[in-house]
Design a protein around this ligand. Structure first.
Ligand code: ADP
Ligand code: MG
Length: 503
């Protein structure tokens, strides 16, 4: 298989400051595990259910209730770890992270601080053909989600919905290897893509299914390299953490703003204070939420209700054996197998369903032509109508059928587009439609010759002109195409016109 090699992009330099500054970014991504039941209860995880309808006694922290681990959620986290080429820890443990919040009835969140389920991994963040950043994953741990407080439904009261309480989350912590706002968004996009391939997280950012805490600092050129050599964080600037970002666009905007804010403070002779900030998309700025001095003391301790989590290598191996082909491999294979560009392969593998559709169309056919049709005609049309690939009115078999008719010379590319429109609107078998509606290209040279003869006979002046200026032969080709309703094989028409005009 082709091994696509990459160069790393240059770090983003912030312009407009007195000096040059580089960005350093590390993300903590919270991904909701795709599972029908919660991490420690059998309650449903369905989104948008009636408030407080998906709450088991243990989710509501009723006295005496005990958590029971959901094996499927653990398998999903292991699967995610394997997909990120990470180390799987056969022994991990759950800890209590204590804090009070009205939507956290237990008074603590069960998380994994000291012994996470998944250790170091890495992900390749695509920044364009031939350009990618390798971002190291520090760890992935499992934890419970909290409930939701609702403050905007009543002027005097707040409400609490515990449906989300106890749903399994994976917290994916990156090393500070991300060097610009676009990279940060592309990193989240790549994690999302990999997890959608794995089926471990739906990645629906609007519903909070995937959200990120974004850590940002700035440093002078050269300092990051010193950090890389020594892994000593003192070479890096003080960071601020922007909490709970659930939009790629806002992630980029928040980083841009935050970098400028920090640079202005430093260039003014001040020092950045390590703190947690919130991004306000309406104002386009981040603002302080809490500083490190008032940071929570969570009093983490091992959760006494749960035994350490021990899993077997054989179980991990089974999960590894069931992993699907992942985006990077699929992209490389599409480039070699179908002879398409890396860019097109990237578009076609963005979503697993898109990739499957393309493969069904391209299998046994001209890959480049299939890619053109899927990307330009089909995706273009689906986008216009705001439809997903699953809702496509034209199936892979139908699109393949259209391409076969082109390959056989039954229809021209132009007629194929008309045929595509008919199949889109009315459905049906492309070959039958072509037959029934007389759309077949005329390849019968006798018929084409007759049409050419007729036009030559009727236009002696044009013949004379074309014989002195062969470029004008195109006019005859056009006339023949018109006379045959666009169904004449263009290649045959060109040849016959040239021969008859003696060119
Ligand atoms: P905490 O537990 O306080 O959140 P961590 O050491 O776990 O701290 O780091 C959290 C995130 O912050 C990680 O993704 C890490 O890569 C990132 N990070 C750490 N130092 C920096 C820095 N100087 N600049 C940007 N990001 C950083
Ligand atoms: Mg943190």
């Amino acid at each position: 298989m082709l091994d696509l090699t990459y160069t790393e992009p240059e770090p983003k330099i912030i312009a407009g400051a007195k000096q040059d500054w580089e960005l350093v970014i590390g993300l903590e991504v919270h991904a909701q595990v795709a599972s029908r039941a919660k991490l420690f209860s059998g309650a449903s995880t369905e989104f948008g259910a009636e408030p407080n309808s998906n709450v088991a006694f243990v989710d509501a922290a009723m006295p005496g209730m005990l958590p029971v681990i959901n094996e499927f959620c653990v398998a999903q986290a292991v699967r995610t770890g394997l997909g990120l080429k990470a180390e799987i820890n056969l022994v991990s443990a759950f800890d209590r992270k204590n804090y009070f919040y009205p939507d956290l009835p237990q008074g603590y969140q069960i998380s994994q601080l000291y012994h996470p389920l998944v250790g170091e991994g890495e992900v390749l963040v695509d920044m364009g053909p031939g350009v990618a950043r390798k971002v190291r994953i520090e760890r992935i741990h499992m934890e419970q989600d909290a409930g939701k407080s609702i403050h905007d439904m009543d002027p005097t009261m707040s409400f609490v919905d515990l449906n989300r309480t106890g749903i399994a989350l994976m917290e994916i912590v990156s090393r500070p290897d991300i060097r610009g706002p676009e990279e940060a968004a592309a990193y989240v996009a790549k994690l999302r893509q990999i997890m959608r391939y794995l089926g471990t997280c739906d990645g629906n950012m609007q519903s909070g299914n995937l959200r990120a805490d974004v850590n940002v600092s700035v440093c002078r050129p050269g300092d990051y390299e010193k950090y890389q050599e020594t892994q000593d964080f003192s070479h890096l600037g003080t960071r601020c953490e922007i909490k709970n970002m659930n939009s790629m666009r806002f992630i980029q905007q928040a980083i841009e703003y935050e970098a400028r804010r920090q640079i202005a403070i430093i260039e003014d002779g001040g020092a950045v204070v390590q703190e947690t900030r919130l991004y306000d998309p309406d104002k386009g700025e981040t603002r302080s939420m809490r500083s490190k001095e008032e940071a929570h003391d969570y009093r983490y301790f091992p959760c006494p209700d749960l035994l350490p989590l021990e899993i077997e290598q054989a179980w991990v191996d089974d999960i590894a054996a069931s992993l699907p082909e992942l985006p990077d491999e699929k992209k490389a294979r599409f480039v070699t197998d179908f002879g398409i560009t890396e860019y097109d392969a990237g578009v076609l593998t963005a979503e697993p369903a898109n990739a499957a559709f393309f493969e069904a169309v391209a299998g046994g056919r001209d890959g480049k032509q299939a890619a053109n049709w899927v990307i330009n005609e089909l995706f273009g049309r689906l986008n216009k109508e705001d439809l997903g690939i699953e809702e496509s009115p034209v199936s892979a078999a139908q699109l393949g059928g259209i391409l076969d008719l082109i390959a056989k010379g039954d229809i021209s590319g132009k007629i194929a587009k008309e045929l595509f429109e008919i199949v889109w609107a009315e459905g049906g078998d492309p070959a039958e439609i072509v037959e029934a509606r007389g759309m077949k290209q005329v390849t019968d040279t006798g018929a084409i010759e007759a049409a050419v003869d007729k036009i030559i006979a009727e236009n002696p002046a044009q013949v004379e002109k074309a014989q002195t200026n062969p470029k004008l032969a195109g006019w005859f080709v056009g006339q023949v195409m018109k006379a045959t309703g666009g169904k004449a094989n263009p290649k045959a028409v060109n040849e016959i016109v040239a021969a008859k005009l003696g060119l």
